[in-house]
Design a protein around this ligand. Structure first.
Ligand SMILES: O=C(COP(=O)(O)O)[C@@H](O)[C@H](O)[C@H](O)[C@H](O)COP(=O)(O)O
Ligand SMILES: [Mn+2]
Ligand SMILES: [Mn+2]
Length: 346
C-alpha cells in the first residue's frame, strides 16, 4: 500500500495547507476550512486508490465534501475500469482533518495543520463526533501511564520513565472551563502547564518527539482528532489512550447541550459499541496492519513550519509517518505555481 501512496499523500496535505494558509489571519474560519477541504479532495481524487472517508467533515447531509462514507481516488469512479484494475488495489480507509485548528488559521496563531491518516479497510476506528478524554505521552512511558490513574499519579510515573523531576515536565491541556480541576491538579503536583486554545493533534504527536518540551497531553478534545493522533502515535511508538465521553455533563459545552446521556449511549450501541466506558489505546484506534499519517503545517508549529509564500510559489513543511517502513519523514517542499522570480533556499 505504502510505496507510491506515501509520496502522494504528502501532496494531498500540502495542497490543503497552501489553500488554507491564504486565509491566515483573515478572521474567516469557515473559508479557511472550506478551501482546505476542496484542495484535499481534488488532490485525493487524482490518486490511483480505492479510498473511503471514515472520519471527515461530518455526515453527507451536513458536509458536501469529504463526508463520512465518501469514496475517493480514481479507482472509485464509475469509469474506474478504464484506468485501474480494482482487484489489484487494496481498499483503504482515510481519516481527514483538512484544517486542524481553523481558529488558529483565522486568527494567525501557531499550530494549525492539514492532516490525514490511512489504513487498510477497517483499520481506523470510525469515531463518532463525540468528545474524547485523551492521554498522550512519550514512548518510554507507554503502558506505564494510564488514563484511569489520576494526573498526579501519571506525573509521578512520567517523571520516573523520563528520568526528570516533576517540575521538569510540561503538560499540554486545552484551555477550556472543563479542565479547571485538571489544570489545578497538574500545577499542584508540581508540573508546568501549557494551555492551548486549539490543535490537540499537534500537541499529542509532539509528545513522541524528544526536544519539543511537551511531555504529555491530558484532558478532553474531539474524538475524530483522537483517532488521527492515535494513528501517528501508533507508528511512533508513543503512548495514546482515548475514552469517549457520552455524558454531556462531563464537558458542558454549548455543543454538548444538544445531546443527552442516554441518546449518546444509544448512538454508541447502534455503532456496535456496547461498553461506552471502554478505554482505547493507539493500537485499537488505529488497528490497521499498515498505518500511514501525513500532516503539513498551515501556520508555524512545534513540529513543522507553516506555509511561506513567495513570488510565484510557496514553501511547505510536512511530516509523513509510516508503520510499514518505520519512518517519520520531514519533507520540505518548494511549490512553483507559475514562474517564480527566485527560489528561496531557506
Ligand atoms: O482544536 C481543535 C478544533 O479542530 P477544528 O474544528 O478541526 O479546527 C481540535 O484540536 C480539538 O480536538 C477539538 O476539536 C476541540 O477540543 C473540541 O472542541 P471544543 O468544544 O472547542 O473544546
Ligand atoms: Mn480538528
Ligand atoms: Mn478541521
Amino acid at each position: 500500500m505504502e510505496n507510491t501512496l506515501g509520496l502522494e499523500i504528502i501532496e494531498v496535505v500540502e495542497k490543503a495547507a497552501i489553500a488554507s494558509a491564504r486565509w491566515m489571519g483573515k478572521g474567516e474560519k469557515d473559508t479557511a476550512d472550506q478551501v482546505a477541504v476542496e484542495a484535499m479532495r481534488e488532490r485525493m481524487n487524482q490518486i490511483y486508490m480505492r479510498g473511503r472517508i471514515v472520519i471527515g467533515e461530518g455526515e453527507r447531509d451536513e458536509a458536501p465534501m469529504l463526508y463520512i462514507g465518501e469514496e475517493v481516488g480514481i479507482c472509485t469512479r464509475e469509469d474506474a475500469k478504464t484506468y485501474c484494475n480494482p482487484d489489484e488495489l487494496m481498499e483503504i480507509d482515510i481519516a481527514v482533518d483538512p484544517c486542524e485548528g481553523t481558529n488558529l488559521v483565522a486568527y494567525g496563531q501557531n499550530g494549525s495543520m492539514a492532516v490525514l491518516a490511512i489504513a487498510e479497510k477497517g483499520g481506523l476506528f470510525a469515531a463518532p463526533d463525540f468528545y474524547m478524554r485523551k492521554l498522550a505521552a512519550p514512548a518510554p512511558a507507554r503502558g506505564h501511564v494510564d488514563i484511569n490513574k489520576s494526573a498526579t499519579e501519571n506525573l509521578k510515573i512520567l517523571s520516573e520513565c523520563l528520568s526528570r523531576s516533576i517540575d521538569e515536565l510540561v503538560v499540554v491541556v486545552m484551555d477550556r472551563p472543563r479542565h479547571k480541576d485538571l489544570i489545578a491538579e497538574i500545577r499542584q503536583a508540581g508540573a508546568r502547564v501549557r494551555l492551548i486554545s486549539d490543535g490537540d493533534v499537534s500537541a499529542a504527536i509532539c509528545c513522541a518527539f524528544a526536544g519539543t518540551n511537551i511531555h504529555a497531553l491530558m484532558g478532553v478534545g474531539a474524538a475524530p482528532e483522537g483517532v488521527i493522533s492515535a494513528a501517528a502515535m501508533r507508528c511512533l511508538g508513543g503512548h495514546f489512550q482515548g475514552q469517549l465521553i457520552y455524558d454531556p455533563a462531563d464537558v458542558n459545552t454549548p455543543e454538548s447541550e444538544k445531546w443527552t446521556r442516554q441518546g449518546n449511549i444509544d448512538r454508541l450501541n447502534e455503532m456496535g459499541i456496547t461498553d461506552p466506558d471502554k478505554v482505547y489505546n493507539a493500537e485499537e484506534l488505529a488497528s490497521g496492519k499498515t498505518v500511514l499519517f501525513a500532516a503539513c503545517g498551515i501556520t508555524p508549529g512545534t513540529l513543522m513550519e507553516g506555509v511561506r509564500y513567495f513570488h510565484g510559489g510557496a514553501r511547505t513543511q510536512s511530516l509523513v509517518i509510516s508503520s510499514q517502513s518505520k519512518t517519520a519523514r520531514f519533507v520540505d517542499t518548494i511549490h512553483m505555481f507559475d514562474e517564480p522570480k527566485a527560489l528561496q533556499l531557506r
